[in-house]
Design a protein around this ligand. Sequence first.
Ligand SMILES: Nc1ncnc2c1ncn2[C@@H]1O[C@H](COP(=O)(O)OP(=O)(O)OP(=O)(O)O)[C@@H](O)[C@H]1O
Ligand SMILES: [Mg+2]
Length: 271
Amino acid sequence: MSDYALELLSISCTFHSKDDPGQRYTAVADTTLRVRAGEFVSVVGPTGCGKSTLLNVGAGLLAPSSGTIKVFGQTLSGVNARAGYMFQTEALMPWRSAIDNVMVGLQYRGVPDADARGQAEAWLSRVGLSGFGDRYPHQLSGGMRKRVALAQTLVLDPDIILMDEPFSALDVQTRQLMENEVLDLWSAKKKAVLFITHDLDEAIAMSDRVVVLSAGPATHPIGEFAIDLARPRDVAEVRTQPRFVELHTQIWEVLRDEVLKGYAQQLRKAA
Ligand SMILES: Nc1ncnc2c1ncn2[C@@H]1O[C@H](COP(=O)(O)OP(=O)(O)OP(=O)(O)O)[C@@H](O)[C@H]1O
Ligand SMILES: [Mg+2]
């Protein structure tokens, strides 16, 4: 069996412009990215560079223009059934209660309702929401909704977890609580995680490895760093360690210019 849970091999993604189908935009160019079974990998890059695009490719939701995706050594065609996906935007169904949102994936898989409900309740309690199952998304705080989304992803026990800036909309304290919870859950089960973020502190605190992407167009990896900080980690405390600061300095050296380029592009687009 392959050591790798997920391999994105020489991936390129070119889009046609909606306004002018003759115009093409290459978001991702010749990108290779691998995640070992049990490994926590973060991808950082400036806004709009192509992070979500790459994750969509890994989830099998977007076919790349060229390149191959392998899941545990097998070439992927169609949706990646071994992966659970936590989206960048809120993805709960507003008309379903928290418990019904967590159950829905199991129900799609044909798990009988009573069993699905039991598993969903167990996961709601694991993410600190026992007793909140009957609430609808609008009756929950932003942090609670993220917990429901986390339970919704993990209840399916995916071998690969894809997370797209899952906590970027949260306040700093709630965010650190959630990051620590994700690390606790991950260390219990050691799934392969591909975690997208634009926050370098978050990437270092959480990961075994950080991959830096260039600013678009034609995004591709420009640096890769092993994070040799001891685990278990507390995401707030780990930031005070000298080794954390050292890694941050090294990676920021690579990322800084790309962030500036990405920011300049945003300003040009807005003008
Ligand atoms: N379906 C599409 N059609 C046309 N262009 C697209 C499409 N999807 C993405 N793009 C473009 O590809 C680029 C990368 O987009 P993507 O959403 O992957 O960036 P991102 O790194 O996730 O950004 P953010 O940090 O803001 O979430 C952007 O310029 C975006 O406009
Ligand atoms: Mg994105």
